[in-house]
Ligand binder design. Structure first.
Ligand SMILES: Cc1cc2nc3c(=O)[nH]c(=O)nc-3n(C[C@H](O)[C@H](O)[C@H](O)COP(=O)(O)OP(=O)(O)OC[C@H]3O[C@@H](n4cnc5c(N)ncnc54)[C@H](O)[C@@H]3O)c2cc1C
Length: 521
């Protein structure tokens, strides 16, 4: 999987697939997607432009990680010059409906563009847009380097890095996008440009550090190589601890205390929990995945609070970096709904969040298969490193905080969020208190901490994430410059620049529940 030069790399970049999803020959009328697909297949051939029946069609049509997205699968098409709708897929792991698949449009599928290489002369890693983290971690392990990247190895490099990118390396190395060196970007008008932090496209470069896919399609990444060691270098100590029942509240409390007090960039943790139906009984469980780049004694000192909480399983030991990235597993998922929040720590804010989530979970237990949460601390060291690398489009203010992911797993076969559940989820994003049992909410309690950005990769489309960014105004200006006809806004379902209530949110309101328009999301 090596490519020696950029020229060759760009040659390979022609290796993407165009998938004409939902373009049906049965209909007599012409659609933009039909026109696009016909023209493209005449020009490029049916191997590259796949329609129903093509060898790669089925794999692309069903390749989204979140099955929620597969609902759109048999209805897609597009491409730019025909004014058709389109979508782009890197690793295919976004849970946002329509972000990596499209109804009645063309899918640009990078699943066959998986080359990567390490150049020790410039200490850069070059990555094509279809690469999954496990592929690049495994492939470069013998050279002892890795990009700053996902905590689960099945995730795609593209989506994770363009949305920011939280990594086990983040406390010491920043967000994944902080380590971009140069990006090859295809703009909506078809131009291929190379953006860096210092060239004429530096505004585009900054926008792509967290702004997602709005600004163009990235066909090649050059990123810093981080020297994480080979398989023989077991320089980390840690693993996972599992808890059940009331221990989960203690885990949340200990996480908040760590966010507040930790100043050591060698420590990294993600805390998670769920409320799910296990053998007929709803149970709260939680776990922490935690590592220290150092000794066991140092690990035990930093994470003493977590080690003191009664646990049901503990799996800790010395690990190489590559082993760390295999601790959190991922499986193909049924319908997920992800939402996000961001909070500064104080004495008990995270605990209040947890209690609200638990109230929500018990109130809606008949409508979901499970609910879950993750807390990812962002220590000051991460913010400092990000600033030292030129910052991002979402650069947060100084001060440690945490991203909170709130998720629901819908029961198998349920493809639409019910009105009341929708209203409950919206209430949860705003951190309203749920009065159990039943979908009643009042609008005080704990909204997202003022000034903190939401995390694009852990939020729902109704949350209007880009507007929470410190660089939002600049982001809009950059977008206008690089996509003057607003093609992407018109023809892609992706992060929005201005508040736009989703159909689902409207449905929730139509249910007769009064929701505050003072959005905290
Ligand atoms: C199990 C699981 C674990 C996760 N763990 C982490 C984690 O540790 N850290 C973290 O930060 N996030 C994590 N995430 C969130 C993850 O970062 C996002 O889901 C991300 O969008 C996935 O990227 P992808 O390339 O796989 O997805 P895709 O669905 O292919 O793409 C996501 C978005 O990026 C766009 N895109 C893809 N390729 C390109 C391109 N070449 N040019 C322009 N736009 C492009 C797509 O259009 C889409 O909008 C996790 C998600 C899951 C499901």
């Amino acid at each position: 999987m090596l490519f020696p030069s950029r020229t060759r790399f760009i040659g390979i970049a022609a290796g993407y697939l165009l998938v004409c999803l939902g373009v049906s020959a049965e209909h007599n009328h012409t659609t933009p997607a039909k026109t696009a697909c016909h023209t493209l297949s005449t020009l490029l051939g049916t191997d590259k432009v796949q329609s129903a029946g093509g060898a790669q069609y089925e794999a692309s049509a069903t390749g989204a990680w979140d099955l929620y997205n597969q609902l759109d699968i048999f209805a897609m098409r597009t491409i730019f010059h025909s004014d058709a709708h389109y979508a782009v897929r890197g690793g295919g792991h976004s849970a946002m409906p329509g972000w990596n698949t499209i109804d009645n449009g063309v899918l640009i599928d990078f699943s066959q563009m998986k080359a990567f290489s390490y150049d020790p002369m410039c200490n850069s890693i070059f990555i094509e847009p279809g690469v999954l983290f496990g592929e690049v971690y495994d492939g470069l392990q013998s050279q002892g380097v890795a990009p700053v990247g996902g905590r689960v190895d099945a995730i795609g490099f593209s989506g994770l890095a363009l949305g920011g990118g939280l990594s086990f390396l983040s406390p010491s190395q920043g967000w994944a996008c902080d380590r971009f060196r140069s990006l090859d970007v295809v703009l909506t008008d078809g131009r291929l440009v190379t953006a860096t932090g210092t060239n004429e496209y530096s505004d585009l470069f900054t926008a792509l550090k967290g702004g997602g896919s709005r600004f163009g399609i990235v066909t090649r990444y050059e990123v810093d190589a981080i020297h994480v060691g080979t398989a023989a270098d077991k320089t980390y100590w840690g693993g996972s601890i599992d808890y059940v029942g009331p221990s989960s509240a203690a885990v949340v409390k200990a996480t908040e205390a760590l966010v507040y007090s930790n100043k050591d960039p060698n420590a990294v943790i993600i805390s998670s929990g769920s409320y799910s139906n296990i053998s007929g009984t709803f149970t709260t469980t939680s776990s922490v995945t935690l590592f220290y780049n150092g000794t066991e004694a140092q690990f035990k000192q930093v994470f003493a609070d977590f080690l003191a909480i009664p646990a049901v399983a503990t799996n800790l030991g010395p690990l190489s970096y590559n082993q760390m990235t295999k601790v959190l597993a991922s499986s193909h998922s049924p319908q997920n709904v992800y939402g996000g929040s961001a909070l500064y720590p104080d004495q008990s804010l995270f605990e209040k969040f947890y209690n609200n989530w638990l109230n929500f979970s018990t109130s809606f237990k008949d409508e979901v298969f499970a609910t879950f949460w993750d807390i990812t601390p962002v220590f000051q060291s991460q913010i400092d490193i990000s600033r030292a690398h030129g910052g991002t489009s979402f650069t947060p203010p100084n001060g440690p905080f945490a991203y909170l992911l709130i998720g629901e797993l819908l029961p198998l076969g349920v493809t639409k969020i019910g009105k009341l559940l929708r209203a409950g989820i919206d209430g949860l994003y705003r951190q309203w208190v749920s009065i159990t049992p039943g979908p009643l909410f009042h609008s005080t309690s704990i909204p997202r901490s003022p000034g903190l950005p939401l995390y694009l990769n852990e939020s729902e489309d109704v949350q209007n994430v880009l507007t929470t960014y410190s660089g939002y105004e600049q982001l809009k200006e950059t977008y206008r410059k690089y996509d003057p006809t607003r093609f992407n806004v018109r023809r892609m379902i992706e992060p929005q620049f201005d508040f736009k209530r989703s159909k689902l949110l409207k449905d929730g309101m139509a249910g007769g529940l009064i929701l505050s328009s003072n959005s905290a999301s």
